[in-house]
Design a binder for this molecule. Structure first.
Ligand SMILES: [Zn+2]
Length: 482
């Protein structure tokens, strides 16, 4: 009997036993929440071939049934900013509710190699931008090692020197190749390449605009000291977006703007009101983290950021730094990450609650944000402080990042929504219990409260545990060659 005939008979015999097991998976009796339509009701969900096929108050039958009574059923969280792409990071992301985690800020140095290595080996969906820092480092003569994590160049002449016009042309050419390979955007860590002139930045935005793809950027500087303030840095990229027409996503507005975060957000609001396509994100921690041998720690960092050696922590040993120790690590060619305590709780709270701000983790082993970002927002801001509603939190974690991703791939239209026809990337969690557990001491402690997670219709988390030996993650790719 053909599939079509079978479904016709099922339609005719609606809800009888002849139609038993018509779905691969049924989620029964959960509180189904969709941030796009505002739907919020107890429903049953039927999933087939990786898609949400039916949302109904009627009983549905399936080969597998998940009892979701008392639990929230929501679109899987989409993390636009995830550096750690290893399996250990993916496990803690899944237990934090994440079904898609993309390296868009910096980008993998080699997109084709990145996508190939992950195919069939990924728990959750993945993808990368084309990396400006990597293309630039390669053209200026010191390529970033393939295993660098995060993929950053060591501070030195390569990061600090301006590129010639010819070098900028070659950087654009390399970025073009990375976009041809499936890069979703251009990622720019401008603070890691302080030698990049304003013109180089505009020229890279021009390439993005030509390819009709967005720029994700870590801006040039942060703090209040001029020149080089957060305000100036946000102005630079909004200006480049206005000049070129490229869409712009400013990463971690919390750590890039610190105590001026509301000023920076008002700049983004102003740009949007003038018709520019600018978005942003934040993570819910007062400390940042980055490579200690990177150009972020070029001379002047203490004055700019208002911190000193003792505010820096080596996460693997718990060591606080001194001047001598800092000098050794900053000058080393071995990349090590350092946690910096540079922000206030007030600024973080303002960023997370702001309606323009999406949640993105900037995740990487070494900082609790890798494992705890999404559960922490649900626990602290929705449940404890009550500064955002549950639906708004879900919007910040699923719909808004999906809408941003639509600028890179139509596949994103099926994500971030809990609707018939959408991809079955679904998180099922206990709103009363969900909490982060990772700390600066216990970095990879998984969050609790995510009871089930489906990635493309495959059950990846079952009763709060990762299902072994399933790899349902698929690539998200940009449009490739024009
Ligand atoms: Zn960054």
């Amino acid at each position: 009997m053909s599939k079509r005939l079978a479904s016709f008979i099922c339609l005719a015999l609606f809800a009888t036993s002849a139609c038993a097991q018509q779905y691969d998976v049924v989620l029964e009796g959960g509180r189904v929440m969709d941030p796009e339509t505002g739907a919020d009701a107890v429903r049953n969900l039927g999933i087939r071939d990786g898609k949400i096929v039916r949302i109904s108050s009627e009983a549905l039958s399936g080969r597998e049934v998940i009892h979701a009574a008392g639990l929230i059923v929501a679109p899987g969280f989409i993390d636009l900013h995830q550096h750690g792409q290893d399996l250990a990071s993916q496990r803690v992301k899944a237990l934090d509710g994440v079904t898609t985690a993309l390296e868009l800020e910096l980008g993998a140095p080699d997109v084709a190699q990145f996508l190939k290595a992950k195919e069939g080996h990924s728990l959750i969906h993945y993808g990368s931008s084309a990396s400006h820092v990597a293309a630039r480092a390669a053209v200026l003569g010191a390529p970033i090692p393939a295993d660098a994590s995060p993929p950053l160049p060591k501070s030195g002449p390569v990061t600090d020197r301006p590129a010639t016009a010819e070098q900028i042309r070659r950087i654009q050419e390399r970025l073009g190749t990375e976009l041809d390979a499936g890069g979703l955007a251009i990622g720019m860590g401008i603070q890691y390449t302080p030698g990049a002139t304003r013109l180089e930045v505009i020229d890279i935005f021009r390439l993005a605009a030509e390819r009709r793809l967005p720029v994700y950027t870590h801006v040039r500087s942060s703090g209040r000291v001029e020149p080089g303030s957060s305000i100036e840095s946000i102005s630079e990229v909004i200006g480049a977006a206005a000049i070129t027409g490229a869409s712009l996503h400013i990463v971690h507005i919390n750590s890039s703007c610190l105590r001026d975060v509301l000023e920076c957000l008002s700049m983004i609001e102003g740009a949007r009101a003038r018709g520019l396509d600018v978005s942003t994100e934040a993570y819910p921690y007062t400390a940042g983290m980055t490579a200690i041998n990177s150009a972020i720690f070029n001379p002047g960092w203490q004055e700019k950021q208002g911190i000193s050696y003792g505010d820096l922590l080596l996460p693997d040993t718990g060591e606080r730094l001194t001047k001598d120790r800092f000098d050794v690590l900053h000058n080393s060619s071995t990349e090590r990450v350092v946690v910096r305590f540079n922000n206030t709780q007030e600024a973080v709270d303002q960023a997370i609650a702001h309606p323009l701000v999406m949640i993105a983790s900037d995740g990487l082993a070494g900082h609790p944000r890798n494992a705890g970002t999404f559960a922490r927002v649900l626990a602290q801001y929705v449940r404890e402080k009550g500064t955002i509603s549950l639906m708004d939190a879900l919007r910040k974690m699923s719909l808004m990042p999906a809408q941003m991703l639509e600028r890179s791939t139509p596949a994103a239209l099926q994500k971030g929504r809990l609707q018939e026809g959408a991809d079955a990337d679904i998180v099922i969690f206990d709103a009363g219990a969900i909490s982060d557990r990772s700390t600066y001491e216990k970095l990879m402690e998984p969050s609790v409260g995510v009871r089930f997670l489906l990635v493309g219709g495959t059950i990846l988390v079952n009763e709060g545990k990762i299902v072994p030996d399933v790899f349902p993650g698929r690539a998200l790719r940009g449009p490739g060659k024009r």
